[in-house]
Design a binder for this molecule. Structure first.
Ligand SMILES: [Cu+2]
Length: 117
């Protein structure tokens, strides 16, 4: 009797775990449907690649690979990141075609260009 109760409890737990696994899987599938971000890395005071040409609707992800902080600020102020420490990222989605000049406000000689088509 006690053994049956234990088995039922275990079966119930297994079902719950399977349901949770299924839910996690569907979250994963949703993430995969999103268009992957175009990566721009910041390394040795340089944005690379630069310039970047992308179709409208593209998300760009800047990641700071330097060991000093940087940020990303649009010249037209359409986007502005916080100061990123090493390995931190900032993403921005470009919905309108145009040419976007950006720079690092901490080191203004660091500039980059995104061309959205
Ligand atoms: Cu900088």
């Amino acid at each position: 009797m006690r053994r049956t109760g234990f088995t039922l409890g275990f079966a119930a737990l297994a079902i719950v775990l399977i349901m949770m696994a299924g839910r996690t899987k569907s979250f994963g599938a949703t993430a995969v449907q999103d268009k992957p971000a175009t990566e721009v890395k910041i390394d040795n005071f340089v944005f690379a690649p630069n310039p970047v040409t992308v179709p409208a609707g593209t998300t760009i992800r800047w990641t700071n690979r330097d060991d000093i902080p940087h940020n990303v600020v649009a010249e037209d102020k359409s986007f502005k990141s916080k100061v990123m420490d090493t390995d931190e990222s900032f993403t921005y989605t470009f919905s309108k075609p145009g040419t976007y000049i950006y720079f690092c406000s901490i080191h203004p000689r660091m500039t980059g260009k995104v061309v959205v088509q």
